[in-house]
Design a protein around this ligand. Sequence first.
Ligand code: NOJ
Length: 560
Amino acid sequence: MSQQHSAAPAPNSAVSAVEGRPDWWRDAVIYQVYPRSFADGNGDGMGDLEGVRTRLPYLRDLGVDAVWLSPFYASPQADAGYDVADYRAVDPMFGTLLDADALIREAHALGLRIIVDLVPNHSSDQYEWFKRALAEGPGSPSRDRYHFRPGKGKNGELPPNDWESIFGGPAWTRVTEPDGTPGEWYLHLFAPEQPDFNWEHPAVGDEFRSILRFWLDMGVDGFRIDVAHGMVKAEGLPDLGDHEQLTLLGNDVMPFFDQDGVHDIYREWRLVLDEYSGDRIFVAEAWTPTVERTANYVRPDELHQAFNFQYLATHWDAAELRTVVNRTLDAMRPVGAPATWVLSNHDVTRHATRFANPAGLGTQIRLAGDREVGLRRARAATLLMLALPGSAYVYQGEELGLPDVVDLPDEVRQDPAYFRGAGQDGFRDGCRVPIPWTRTGPSYGFGDGGSWLPQPADWGGLSVEAQTGEPGSTLELYRAALAVRRERADLGAGDAVEWLRAPEGVLAFRRGEFVCVANTTGESVPMPAYGRVLLASGEITEAAGEAKVPADTTVWWSAS
Ligand code: NOJ
């Protein structure tokens, strides 16, 4: 693994900052770039930082405020970079630290902020500390930085407890000791190549505060914290017992997830971040049982935002959506944090496919479904999301209305969850297929070469080129929506909505002069015309003060 520390651009107070409101993040629209699938600068079939840099003007013109980059650090890629072997180096497949520096500077010059991913729950098994822990053997202090335990059973042949990996199979792997004998086991909540750190060990905290500073000195505007709910494990690593782990996940506090101790870590991190100028932020990837527990992560002295996975998991159903919106706003208000809204990311079925699937199928399972219905609902869901108070996340390609690719052949699959059986995060390659930029050409403009996952034959028709300037295209809908959101303070601001009376299956709310109506039913519904139509995800007809809102359509009105 390359060590690039010496090549790091000097910590640079001259890194340009982005001018703007100090609380820019409270209503920011943040675009997730999954670097391997966004744009390929060197034509090797794999996206890279150079590719991202050259596409920054596209993101500026789209109208987003910030870009969150999934990991691009040195990594053996056992979990697409969420297995980090060197937290201060860029993997050669993505470029160099100089490319990262250029990317941050250019983004800032365009008024875009950069948020990087931080992976503190686990390292790669190729991280220096883990290699040393294996080499130095049982009882060595280097083992204390991870969770090594003797096995159960007569000869230690059984795992130390009954926890399962999120990717399937036991959460423990037995090592062969330096003398060649079968030895201790180590904990990995994800793949065996991702050993969990022991956050009780002070060196772990010291190391991560130093990593934070490294990237803050590079000029990043914030961090998305991977598995932010996982670092602290319950004392003694207790068995789950009779409970079925899969049914508990996401519904209960687990001995390895959402333990109260994680909050001490965030209070320390916040002190580090606040030493830096420029209104930088933390956002938590914390899968908690309730939005009320999510709110604990964004108390005033902890993190700034946390992804709203309860919203992501909600079906296209007015009553369910209204409940989750109310609950979210009610949970965030007391801690003074903005709500966040997210529909897609690199771990779940893209919402254009999810909303075509029968309700109850969950966020991981992919069926082709009716694409037309899925896209109609996805567009309507996006306008609804962008009308809510708080910050919104957009996953690359959703602005093109991309569906999940549901028919990838087994031999091209890379998601470790695919190979370990159905876990929480199953079969994620389908939302990671490189995105199309042009109608034709090698990999539809993703790069000059191929594409690390095959793109479907109809990708060109969904490309940026095909949709640009095309009235009614999903890309133009996103551009228009983000332009309206920039012009009008009343969309993302505040912490409440005023619900209006609406027929069953329809959501209607007012925020000052602004009214949003979302029809989640399969039928057109009559609604009062609330003023001037600002934008709609489908065709609205108005007559005599009444508007017909078609099936699966959202409309924005301005009363003035
Ligand atoms: C959450 C990330 O989003 C996912 O892609 C990854 O596999 C796990 N955390 C483990 O790091």
